[in-house]
Design a protein around this ligand. Sequence first.
Ligand SMILES: [Zn+2]
Ligand SMILES: [Zn+2]
Length: 294
Amino acid sequence: MPNKERNVPSIALRYNGEIILWDIGEGTLRQLNIAKLSPMKIEKIFITHFHGDHYLGLMSLIQTMTLWNREKPLHVYGPKYTFEFIQNYLKSGFFRPSFDIHVHELGEARLKFGDYEIWSFKVEHGVPALGYVFKEKDKRGSFDLDKIRELGLKPGPWMKELETKGKIEIDGKVIHLEDVTGSPKRGAKVVYTGDTEPCERVKLFSEKADVLIHEATYLSEEDRGESYHSTVPEACEVAKKAKAKLLVLFHRAPRYTYEEYKQGAEKLCRHRFIIPKDFDVLRIGEEHELSSLR
Ligand SMILES: [Zn+2]
Ligand SMILES: [Zn+2]
C-alpha cells in the first residue's frame, strides 16, 4: 500500500551505466524521478507477477518514454501470460509507443547479457510468479608473474594471445590461462524473490548470494493467515541455509509501522539483515555500503 513514506515495489539495479528494473509498481516513474534515475536508461524490466503492486507503473513509464520520443527498444520479461497482459495493457488509451517493446515470457531461464546473467526461477504465490537472480560473471584472476616464471616463461605478447584463446602452445607445451593467473574473483550475485510463500527454489537459487531480497510480508504465521506470503523468520531461515551474505527484508505489510516491524525482525532474525526504506541505495562490493537518496 503506497503512503506518504513509501511506494509499492520496484527495485532499480544499476550496472555499468544500465538500469534494470525488478518490478514496476504504480508510481515508479515518480520514484525514478526523485532518485534521479533516467527512465531512458532502462532497457529491461523484469516483472515477478501480475498483482497490481508489482506492475501497474509500466503504462505511465511507456507513455512517458513515448512523449520523450524514445527509439531504443524496451524489453519486458515476466511469467506465463506476460504477453497477453502487456498486449491488453497497450490497447488502452490513445497512444502508440514510439519504440519497440519486446515481451519475453519466461519459465525458469538463464539469460546471458554481456557481463552478467539473469536467471528466473519459479516461486509459490498462487498465481504464475517468478523470482530473479542477477549474476555478474566471475572475473578471471590477473597474470601471476611467479607462476609465469615457474613455467620457465617470460612475460610477452603471448599473454595477450592466451587471454583471447584460453590456451596456447609454447615450445610444444600447452599453457592454459589458469596456469598463469591468480584465482578468479566471484561476480556479484543478487536475488529477488518477488512475492512468495516459503519455497525450496528460493533457497536453491540464493546459494551464496551477496544479497538476498526476500519478501517478508508478515512477522508471524498468525498474521499471515492463508495468504501466499512469507514471514520474517522464514526469510531469515532461507538466508541462513543459503549462506546469503546479506538479507534484505522486503514487502512489509501495511499493518506494521517501520519501527514495529524492525523491532520484531530484530527479535526474530539472527542473520545479517537490513530493512530498506524507499530510495535507500545498497552498493554491493567486498563490504556492502548503505546510503540514501532522501
Ligand atoms: Zn503478489
Ligand atoms: Zn506484492
